[in-house]
Write a protein that binds this ligand. Structure first.
Ligand SMILES: NC(=O)c1ccc[n+]([C@@H]2O[C@H](COP(=O)([O-])OP(=O)(O)OC[C@H]3O[C@@H](n4cnc5c(N)ncnc54)[C@H](OP(=O)(O)O)[C@@H]3O)[C@@H](O)[C@H]2O)c1
Length: 294
């Protein structure tokens, strides 16, 4: 079976490419320069030209919140218009289309786990472009599947807050983590496993893909990661982590939604297990330590 992956050089795309190859898929993974999502018509034509792919997965996006805030038009074209073009082209070729979305489509005003039908009311341009993608993809292709993921970790080559925190601790630097923003981490390899699961056959619409448990702040996640690094012997002693408020983080120019943890019960009901949030963080720590020793 042939799979066409957009964004194969990204955090999730790398994990998906590796998993697809390990599972015997034939892989088609155009590089950014070969198929630029700033050109939606060319992206649609690319999918039409490669109509032997039975599965098309879009892992490509401008995923940096500040980059989207700085260039809203580009964010809209790359994050929404090109995915819509992929979805439409897949309707013509008959390929299954899976698109990745984000917990940042939610406004995150209220604490607690959010259901997939909670109203999307993004607070920044990134979230708006991704929410627009969700509607355009569904309108263009009713059989498309949209996987909302959150706080992706577990790819040492594309560090998330878990790997950043660990790297800073190993260098003996001052550690700061936001305590007033919570969600649930998702391991890149778990996302890849979900995408390739036959249990998703025939499933369309929005499905939330995260680890299990109660919402976790970056501060709590950082402490779990560092405690695990201590237990593994990678750190001699537990370093101090200072809690921070998101509004004091000067590198964040765009607003962040505060509480975006998603309910993954629909995923579990399909018979696809997910780890607990702390197991997810600990696995990312182990992956990072193994990567450092390579
Ligand atoms: N990271 C997270 O914590 C997180 C959380 C929630 C949802 N998500 C969603 O999950 C998906 C994957 O995220 P990620 O973290 O893997 O992203 P990432 O590491 O930033 O990778 C993005 C990918 O998109 C490609 N890309 C960007 N602009 C492009 C363009 N104009 N044309 C072609 N390719 C382009 C990049 O290629 P180059 O590197 O070559 O430019 C890269 O392969 C995205 O839909 C994101 O919104 C991510």
């Amino acid at each position: 079976m042939k799979v066409l992956i957009f964004g194969a050089s990204g955090r999730v795309g790398m994990a998906l490419s590796a998993a697809a190859q390990a599972n015997g898929y034939e892989l088609l993974a155009p590089a950014h320069a070969e198929c630029d999502l700033e050109q939606p018509a060319a992206v649609g034509e690319y999918v039409l030209r490669h109509d032997t792919a039975q599965l098309v997965v879009n892992c490509a996006a401008i995923s940096q919140v500040e980059s989207c805030q700085d260039d809203p038009l580009r964010a809209h074209v790359v994050n929404a218009m090109s995915p819509a073009a992929m979805a439409l082209a897949c309707r013509h070729t008959g390929a299954r289309f899976i698109h990745l979305s984000t917990d940042y489509v939610l406004d995150g005003r209220r604490p607690g786990l959010k259901s997939a039908d909670a109203r999307c009311k993004p607070v920044n341009i990134y979230g708006m472009s991704k929410a627009e993608a969700e509607s355009q993809v569904s309108e263009s292709n009713a059989e498309a599947l949209i996987l909302r993921v959150s706080w992706v970790c577990g790819n040492p080559e594309k560090p998330s807050f878990v790997e950043h925190m660990l790297a800073q601790a190993l260098r003996g630097e001052k550690l700061l983590a936001a305590a007033d923003q919570d969600s649930l981490p998702t391991h890149a390899q778990d996302i890849a496993r979900v995408i390739l699961s036959p249990r998703l056959n025939g499933v369309s619409g929005v499905l939330q893909v995260t680890s299990c448990g109660e919402p976790m702040s970056r501060y709590s996640g950082a402490k779990i990661a560092l405690e695990h690094a201590c237990a593994l012997g990678a750190l001699q002693q537990m370093p101090h982590v200072e809690s921070q408020l998101v509004c004091t983080m000067s590198r964040f120019r765009a607003p962040r939604p505060a509480h975006t943890a998603m309910d993954n019960s629909a995923l579990l009901a399909l018979g696809i297990p997910m780890p607990s949030a702390s197991a997810c963080v600990c696995r990312a720590v182990e992956d990072y330590m193994r990567w450092l020793r390579r």
